[in-house]
Design a protein around this ligand. Sequence first.
Ligand code: ADP
Ligand code: MG
Length: 235
Amino acid sequence: MILNLQHIYKDYMQGKMEVHILKDISLSVDKGEYLAIMGPSGSGKTTLMNLIGCLDKPTSGTYFLNGKDVLACTDNELSDMRLYNIGFVFQSFNLLPKQSALENVCLPLVYAGVPKKERIERAKQALERVGLGERIDFKPTQLSGGQQQRVAIARAIVNQPAILLADEPTGALDSSSGTQVMDLFQKLNDEGMTIIMITHDADIAAHAKRLAIIRDGILTEKEDEPDEKTFEDHH
Ligand code: ADP
Ligand code: MG
């Protein structure tokens, strides 16, 4: 088991009110799984992603990632967890605009202290895996949205993370670029990558092998649910 969340709650203060955002979420994911977490805007998707990605801690519950107790980690240990265990993909790509595709993909390896020659070699391989071997010297502005997202995916996988964690990865893309990104996720999952993808879009979620629904901070597995429609999103 790569990820095990048990009885996770997350509360936020909104003014003087304590609001329960995530309510008793339990979720376990094995190596090689491809899970979509689907829910409407405001249901707690990004809050849950931030917890899974070790960017934030829950108010209560337990979380083990790759055998490690995340809640017992110091801040330094948490940033190492993120660096080595999680590959993040965001809706808005989050590439450095003045750096080439190769330099963007090298960045996690810089943080991991990988020597320069090996960095370049591994970043080139990651860009080849996402079909951008011919574009390594291009800057983000010289690439289409779909290509930029593939650079971001290369950056996410270059440290061989335990989980690829994507929050609305196709949210900023036209449908044909979105399909390319879904094809790429399928290929990476076929090669053994564990993927957790967060989306409000049922057509995108349908690409995953397993589906969970979050609504008002409560997570349920798809087999317990009636048919879902695409949720409205108001970004
Ligand atoms: P989603 O990604 O599904 O749209 P979020 O996880 O971003 O939903 O937000 C879920 C709820 O938590 C929303 O009602 C939002 O207003 C609230 N929320 C998120 N972050 C904070 C915060 N830092 N402080 C207070 N409330 C928050
Ligand atoms: Mg969100």
